[in-house]
Design a protein around this ligand. Structure first.
Ligand code: ADP
Ligand code: SF4
Length: 669
């Protein structure tokens, strides 16, 4: 299909200092959990973005010196010349597709505890460093500031030698340069006090970086347009004065906001284009191009950003992760095929846990180099096998779709009327509607495949599977929440659990409305306990959320949601009992037990919702395992995230009739 001419504007080139972006699609710097440790994986990952039409592709944060070491969070590095080749690998792959390559030079200052390099952390003044680490920064003296500028210039020169087109001065988030910019900067010399003084370091870094490499490279500044406040109503007074002061000094303003959980807010808390109200003034105070983000997946929204003069370049991290070919799909009039980011922030958990990035929507993310997986191309089938997929959740739909794209004859059977499995059910919970995109994308793709048939309201049993006589059977029947309270804390069922007033998230998602007061017992620690509590509270029930952890939904720290979840839960008037387990449950109440002291007390409860762990629905698989060619995938194989279910389905489809290495199934760096 030809491109919709309305979108032509998105494909206009944009001059940025001495270079020109071929279009307005700009992959802003984003972490990958790979950093300096996995350069080939990174080159493969960044390459598919350029191949998919992103006109500019940037690195993650790239440390300029060992005094800025973020371990265990993996950053890139340009500490010395040894680092150049690693980056050149990526630059070459990005350039091969006509895109610009950008590098985000970074010094963490007090945010870096330097666990790896063991250098003393640096800052504008002495303050606690790292993430709750028992260490403080050393206040930088003038000689340190001079040295810092030299490190930055040296790193910029290395970036230039690696071939980068855009070099960042990173003045946002909680890192060193911003520590100078903020009013909390306690220095009494010319780098502290007045706004001009606090902006001095940034000004000098822009000027000196431009002097060093500005002949061939654009110098971008990443800057926070706000200094705090509620989403959509942030205080922009000081950042605005500062940006006015530096207005046309850099070649590009990459603008973000004060709060990271707002900037990359999950869809549970922040809408598409959510930063607009905070940063829409920026273009009025600079003549230089502006890029910003907003989890843009809709071409219409992108168009409006440019038309309304909010930004010149459409910045994206997550939309480019979920669909590296998003620009190309718009270019070819295939907007309906965009694999839209669902805003779950699973991609961010890679950096947070020091492991390679993965994505719920895009199972090939991170596998480009090490497994040779491509987000758009999948090898044709290796036989004429007919395949039966039992279960139409994320695993079954992904397997069916990918097998179909390979050309296999596929039948998907689903027990329920509605397809999507857990995604269909969970997306009806408060704040999770966007997750339905996992189902929608796959169903739309499947609707275009004549060789994939889908039967709904079709519960199949052992004999029907045998009768169907497929060459391969894939069991994607999911998992069921446990009712007995067995989870991380309790390895044995909680005494009394067999009573009817004990429910599970499955009951709530099936539409059963419990009687209050309700105890939601969360020993799962991801989103489900908090979301169920929220749903029941919104139905005006009295709710107590009980968890053995010391904070609610603790794993959501990795998705940058924990703080917001805790605020929402408390704001809704849900009582929270942390560090607490259930000693037993009974009609009318539970016995709470402190996990720290063992002290117990009684709590009234008409209903208890056990959110602890899940049991795989693997009876079909077990009964047929020794008799036919059969595999289980997704939550039926091992209950986990939706991302893991999609990955499992995709992996099955890729590996069928393929030569898969025995033992380690991927290349290692
Ligand atoms: P996953 O996350 O692994 O995809 P889900 O729980 O989301 O798992 O989806 C499993 C799907 O399988 C559900 O939609 C469920 O209704 C369906 N299912 C379970 N058992 C059967 C069966 N015997 N026949 C057909 N569909 C089934
Ligand atoms: Fe979007 Fe989730 Fe993929 Fe991240 S992991 S890009 S938030 S779909």
């Amino acid at each position: 299909m030809p491109r919709d001419p309305r979108f032509d504007i998105l494909f206009e080139p944009v001059p940025i200092g001495p270079v020109t972006a071929p279009n307005r699609f700009y992959q802003v710097p984003h972490c990958t959990g790979m950093g300096y440790r996995r350069p080939r994986s990174l080159a493969g990952l960044r390459e598919v973005k350029a191949e998919g039409g992103w006109g500019t592709v940037c690195t993650e944060y790239c440390s300029i010196h060992p005094s800025s070491d973020d371990e265990p969070f993996p950053s890139a590095s340009l500490w010395d010349d040894q680092d150049i080749d690693r980056h050149a690998l990526m630059v070459e792959r990005v350039h091969a597709h006509g895109a610009l390559a950008g590098v985000e030079l970074w010094h963490g200052g007090g945010a870096s505890a330097n666990h790896y390099s063991r250098e003393v952390p640096l800052g504008p003044y002495s303050t606690p460093a790292g993430v709750d680490d028992p260490v403080q920064t050393r206040a930088m003296d003038k000689a340190d500031i001079k040295e810092l500028k030299k490190w930055h210039v040296d790193a910029a020169r290395r970036a230039q030698r690696a071939g980068f087109d855009i070099v960042y001065v990173y003045a946002a988030h909680w890192y060193l340069i911003r520590q100078f910019l903020l009013p909390s900067n306690q220095r009494s010399d010319e780098y502290g006090g007045s706004l001009e003084n606090r902006a001095r370091l940034l000004r000098e870094l822009i000027v000196e970086t431009k002097e060093a490499i500005g002949d061939t490279c654009a110098v971008a500044v990443r800057f926070s347009a706000s200094s705090g406040g509620a989403d959509g109503d942030q205080d922009t007074t000081e950042p605005r004065r500062m940006l006015e002061l530096l207005s046309d000094l850099p070649d590009l303003w990459d603008v973000t906001v004060h709060d990271y959980s707002y900037e990359m807010g999950s869809s549970r808390f922040v809408e598409e284009a959510g930063l607009e109200a905070t940063m829409s003034w920026v273009k009025s105070v600079t003549d230089k191009p502006v890029v910003s983000v907003g989890r843009f997946t809709s071409p219409e929204t992108m168009l409006r950003q440019v038309r309304d003069g909010i930004m010149d370049l459409i910045g994206a991290a997550r939309p480019s992760i979920a669909d590296p070919f998003l620009p190309q799909k718009i270019a070819e009039g295939r907007e309906d095929e965009i694999r839209e980011c669902i805003g779950c922030n699973i991609c961010y958990t890679g950096d947070q846990t020091g492991t390679p990035i993965r994505c719920t929507q895009n199972p090939t993310m991170g596998e480009e180099w090490r497994k040779g997986w491509h987000p758009e191309f999948i090898p044709p089938k290796g036989s004429d096998a007919r395949i039966l997929v039992v279960g139409g959740g994320p695993a079954g739909l992904e397997a069916g779709m990918s097998l179909g794209k390979r050309g296999y004859e596929v039948t998907i059977v689903e027990a329920r009327r509605e397809l999507g499995g857990r995604v269909a059910l969970e997306s009806a919970l408060p704040g999770l509607a966007t997750w339905g995109r996992v189902r929608d994308y796959r169903l739309h793709q499947i609707s275009k495949l004549a060789n994939v048939e889908v039967y709904r309201e079709s519960v199949v049993d052992e004999s029907q599977i045998l009768e169907f006589a497929a060459d391969h059977v894939v069991i994607a029947t999911g998992a069921t929440w446990r009712r007995d309270g067995v989870g991380r804390w309790r390895e044995r069922p909680i005494p009394g659990w067999e009573i009817p007033s004990v429910m599970t998230p499955d009951d709530i998602m099936d539409g059963v409305m419990p009687a209050g007061p309700v105890v939601v017992y969360d020993d799962d620690h991801y989103y489900m306990g908090g979301v169920i509590a929220e749903a029941l509270r919104r139905a005006e029930l009295e709710v107590v959320l009980v968890t053995p952890a010391n904070e609610i939904s603790t794993w959501t720290r990795h998705t940058e949601e924990q703080h917001r979840i805790q605020a929402r839960i408390l704001g809704l008037g849900i009582a929270v009992e942390t560090g607490t387990t259930l000693a037993n449950v009974g009609e009318g109440g539970v016995t709470l037990e402190s996990v720290h002291t063992g002290q117990t007390r009684e709590l009234e409860a008409a209903t208890i919702v056990m959110t602890t762990s899940r049991v795989p629905n693997d009876a079909l698989y077990e009964s047929l395992a020794d008799r036919i060619a059969i595999r289980s995938i997704g939550d039926c194989l091992a209950p986990g995230t939706i991302a893991a279910a999609v990955y499992s389905g995709h992996r099955y489809a890729r590996e069928l009739d393929a030569d898969v290495p025995i033992g380690v199934s991927f290349l290692r760096e």
